[in-house]
Design a protein around this ligand. Sequence first.
Ligand code: ACK
Length: 309
Amino acid sequence: DQQEIKSAESLLLDLEVIRSATNNFSDANKLGEGGFGPVYRGTLEDGEQIAVKRLSRTSVQGLVELKNEVVLLAKLQHRNLVRLLGCCLQEEEKLLVYEYLPNTSLDKVLFADPVRRVQLDRARRYKIIEGIGRGLLYLHEDSRLKIVHRDLKASNILLGGDMNPKISDFGLAKLFDVDETQRNTSRIAGTYGYMAPEYALRGRFSTNSDVYSYGVLILEILTGRKNSGYQGSGNSIDLLGYVSIDVWRHWNQGDAMQVVDQSVVDRCQPQEVLRCMHIGLLCVQEDPAQRPSMASITLMLNSYSVGLP
Ligand code: ACK
């Protein structure tokens, strides 16, 4: 209807405006290389800061479909999703414009060298885990799109001014799906180490495969250690370089606490840390059907985060 058409048009940004906001995509304005092309920082005339993704992959979709998809994505608004503000889609230049987040991504915060690493206490780590969970739940269940992210990982989690986590790059995997000739072999969207085995091996993605990636994230956030990747057949959990759920069940609390980051270990409530770790391990089970849904994960997390500082 008229309203829809109007709101779709308001998303379309003028290429010249974005050029001048980013200093004509100057190197000085380049934030880095993202999964779909370089990302630039920009400042609009009114002073608003933006992040511009310059898409370098060719989409399998035509411009009209691409626009429709972007209109749908821009409707998704949630505290834990990076907000899509608009786009500029032309044959020769395809740009997505997002809100700018000043605090870099979770992987830099977690895994940068010790000097630059931001100290995250237990409460902060929980809040990050919970926030990502809420964003993912929204993508899976609340939206009209039922989006499977397909590439959830620490570098796709950006941190807001208050260290509130926001999921980035959601919905993009679908735009850039494998081309016809590669449908069975290429898994372009996923990232080694975060991909569920059924996705990595057979290209089967689902909300359950996102849950697996979320589990890897929980383990990374609690242990402060990057996953060591998927190295072959067998128990997928051992392969991540953490500990398998079976081993975990037989550990006593003291053993178990040794795998978590020292900043998470304080005098109060080791039980909580262990329960959170346990949720992470449930998510990375080999069998997708055994993994909990995001709805039950957020219930589990809520049930014990009450009363956190
Ligand atoms: O870890 P970073 O500083 O955060 O470096 C990467 C780089 O661009 C390539 O993805 C940064 N980036 C992506 N989107 C945004 C955004 N909306 N706001 C700020 N930085 C962003 C990302």
